[in-house]
Write a protein that binds this ligand. Structure first.
Ligand SMILES: NC(=O)c1ccc[n+]([C@@H]2O[C@H](COP(=O)([O-])OP(=O)(O)OC[C@H]3O[C@@H](n4cnc5c(N)ncnc54)[C@H](O)[C@@H]3O)[C@@H](O)[C@H]2O)c1
Length: 258
């Protein structure tokens, strides 16, 4: 029996990276999956690939998580195509790394619009149906920046700390209705986001080497390794796990110093 057989899931930012890996893993485990993504071309390509590989029912829907009506539309499309939503993964996120005092108001707003409002917009759209049916699992993709600070990487960690607060608050609020809300905090994961960050440094190869040297396992993570944890939290294998966060960082955040 597949671990998500019969479930309907929506994953935001699923066109590439961690979101695409989660959508793929969900489909492999028997879920019908909606890829809710700003870049619809990428989402459609990823959806076709997942369909061809798994035979699952997969749909790409143009979605901007910063707009509550857009996320509401994606949830409605999921329900129209596949039925009631069992699982929501709020994955869409962007890096906004600034010096606090030279950062513009626009940088602050852009970061919070995607990294925190986007998560709330997803929860706001999915919760009424889940609460009404007395079942649901929401997985928010946080970060090790939800607990740790790197100077010059402001305000991304502020928003990601907020994701943990939101996860805990909603997890407690809806626990009596059997709706679980959890987070995953990835460390460095091999995606375009990470490569973009390396490429912005003065010496990208040296920056990559420096990152690897800081990893206890001497490698960074793979999107599929985050996806495995998302499958677990979304499944019926985690019925008593709620309002918490699982770190997927190869032990990096347990290190006392670099
Ligand atoms: N890669 C890492 O090392 C890492 C580490 C910790 C946390 N994270 C978090 O994991 C999540 C995914 O990161 P990734 O590395 O896969 O990033 P990525 O940039 O490779 O993919 C993010 C996806 O989100 C989409 N997106 C961006 N803004 C959107 C919006 N407004 N509405 C809908 N979709 C939107 C993008 O088009 C893209 O497809 C993010 O929340 C990120 O903060 C990543």
């Amino acid at each position: 029996m597949k671990r998500l057989a019969g479930k309907v899931a929506l994953v935001t930012g699923a066109g590439r990276g961690i979101g695409a890996a989660i959508a793929h893993a969900f489909a492999r485990e028997g879920a019908a999956v909606v890829l809710a993504e700003l870049d619809i071309d990428t989402a459609q390509q990823t959806a076709e690939h997942i369909k061809a590989q798994t035979g699952a029912r997969v749909l790409a829907v143009h979605t901007d998580v910063t707009q509550s009506a857009s996320v509401q539309h994606a949830v409605s499309e999921a329900e129209r195509a596949f039925g009631a939503l069992d699982v929501l993964v709020n994955n869409a996120g962007i890096n906004v790394f600034c010096d606090p005092l030279t950062m513009t108001d626009e940088d602050w707003r852009r970061c919070f619009a995607v990294d925190l409002d986007g998560v709330w917009n997803g929860c706001r759209a999915a919760l009424p149906g889940m609460v009404e049916r007395g079942a649901g699992s929401i997985v928010n993709i946080a970060s090790t920046h939800s607990f740790k600070i790197i100077p010059g990487c402001f305000p991304y960690p502020v928003a990601k700390h907020g994701v943990i607060g939101l996860t805990r608050a909603l997890g407690i609020e809806y626990a009596p209705r059997n709706v679980r809300v959890n987070a995953i905090a990835p460390g460095y994961i091999e995606t375009q986001l990470t490569h973009d960050w390396w490429n912005e440094q003065a010496d990208p190869a040296a920056a990559q080497q420096a990152t690897l040297a800081l990893q206890p396992m001497k490698r960074i993570g793979r999107p599929e390794e985050v996806a495995m944890t998302a499958v677990f939290l979304a499944s019926d294998e985690a019925p008593f796990i709620n309002a918490t966060c699982i770190t997927v960082d190869g032990g990096r955040s347990a290190l006392y110093h670099d």
